[in-house]
Design a protein around this ligand. Structure first.
Ligand code: GCU
Length: 425
């Protein structure tokens, strides 16, 4: 009983703290405190980066290392795919426009076994299809009405309204996320879709005993070290393993894989793009704090808030910057710059203040310096565009009307952006 009372009090304290933090959240432009951003083309020893070679050989590795050690955490070792098992294929999916393949990537080590289920639709009329690779939030079967999609058996956060009970999905949850996945449109535009449930790689909860992390523990270790990966880096690692598979799939154009993610999965897509240059295009949909939005601009969600609500997303070192964003020697525009010279799209939504749309735009704007150094356009505008007016250089950006979410409008812009960079060549 005592233990219960203690837990009860503790949860009240945690909740109170969370509310207190929310109250302090800045959501008015005039209230944003001044901040200073590091210049992406100034070396950490003060020198200037003036050639593409200096960027590639010196500045880029230094920035990548700082993000690895201080923000997302490093991957502690190598774990390759142990086995691929194809569950089923079909030649007449998506109203006969696509092929479907469902397969699992197995990772095995000692008595550990992790299964990652992948769903792939490819347009029938393409020889080697360019694809969008994107994690989904609640299982492959939620993205489309196709009754052949296997139900995930993995742990999923409860949501009875979506038919997720006792952390297991049910038939009722089929197609519940389909609004965010205009699959027929994607296929008709000539792209494939490769999607998987992020919880297969690491369940999204504050628990380091499950998912991929324990594969690398030494004896008695129960969580990653302070400079080792949090869940975002683990999810990004998972995307790279899917890429390992895609490189071997003869029906996929592995040189044209656009990695895309929404929100926490947008943060993940950015980190995957930064750490793995095989991704030819990176798309961040409303990724916000710890994604595209600047951290030193403390509008909306802050480093302290995210590290408190999701203490397992980043590496422990990142907590040093709770309320001390000024101590960071990097900021998120430098993460975006790591994607260069590859096309990058950053998207915001007007009502998604939590993710700081302006901070997302500014980040894309300041990353452009690196694209320019590499002879590319970067973002084609200097001022933030008005709503529903996408701009597309080598960096694309839009802020659409509406709230936080991945919508058909967003996808339409990503398809146009992919057409521009993958097809007009
Ligand atoms: C929370 C979190 C955000 C995150 C979002 C999401 O709102 O604070 O950082 O992006 O969840 O993933 O939907």
């Amino acid at each position: 009983m005592k233990g219960f009372a203690f837990l009860f009090l503790l949860s009240i304290l945690i909740l109170q703290n969370a509310f207190a933090q929310r109250e302090n959240v800045i959501s008015e432009e005039s209230k944003v405190p001044e901040y200073q951003l590091p210049d992406v083309l100034t070396r950490f020893n003060g020198g200037k980066v003036s050639t593409a070679k200096d960027w590639v050989k010196k500045q880029r590795p230094d920035i990548l290392k700082l993000f690895t050690d201080e923000v997302y955490g490093k991957v502690p070792g190598i774990q390759k795919i142990s086995e691929v098992k194809v569950w089923e294929t079909s030649d007449n999916a998506v109203n006969d426009l696509a092929t479907r393949k469902q397969f699992s990537l197995f990772f095995k080590k000692g008595n550990r076994n992790l299964e990652v289920n992948v769903l792939m639709y490819l347009p029938k009329n393409a020889q080697k299809a360019p694809v969008f690779l994107a994690y989904n939030f609640t299982g492959n079967h939620t993205v489309y009405t196709d009754p052949n999609i296997r139900l995930t058996e993995s742990w999923v956060a409860n949501d009875p309204s979506l038919g997720i009970i006792n952390n297991q999905v049910t038939e009722q949850s089929r197609a519940t996320a389909s609004n965010g996945w205009p699959i027929e449109k994607i296929i008709r535009s000539g792209y494939g879709l490769v999607t998987l449930y992020y919880g297969d790689v690491d369940p999204d909860k504050n628990d380091f005993s499950d998912g991929i992390e324990p594969f690398f523990y030494t004896k008695n270790q129960i969580k990653p070290r302070s400079n080792e990966w949090g869940s975002i880096a683990a999810w990004a690692w998972g995307l790279s393993r899917v890429m390992d598979y895609l490189e071997k799939d003869p029906d996929v154009d592995a040189k044209k894989v656009a990695v895309l993610g929404h929100s926490r999965l947008g943060k993940t897509a950015l980190w995957a793009g930064a750490t793995d240059q095989r991704f030819a295009m990176v798309i961040s949909n409303e990724s916000g704090c710890g994604g595209a939005a600047l951290s030193k601009r403390t509008y909306g969600e802050t480093v302290e808030i995210i590290n408190t609500s999701f203490p397992y997303w980043f590496c422990d070192n990142f907590k040093k910057y709770n309320n001390r964003e000024d101590l960071l020697s990097i900021d998120q525009h430098m993460l975006l710059a790591l994607i260069a010279p590859r096309p990058l799209y950053v998207a915001s939504a007007e009502d998604d203040k939590w993710a700081d749309p302006r901070g997302e735009f500014l980040s894309a704007k300041y990353a452009s310096a690196v694209y320019k150094l590499l002879g590319l356009e970067g973002l084609p505008v200097k001022e933030m565009p008005v709503v529903n007016q996408p701009v597309m250089g080598t960096i694309g950006y839009h802020i659409r009307t509406g709230k936080h979410g991945l919508t058909t409008y967003d996808w339409e812009q990503y398809i146009r952006f992919a057409d521009k960079h993958f097809k007009e060549k």
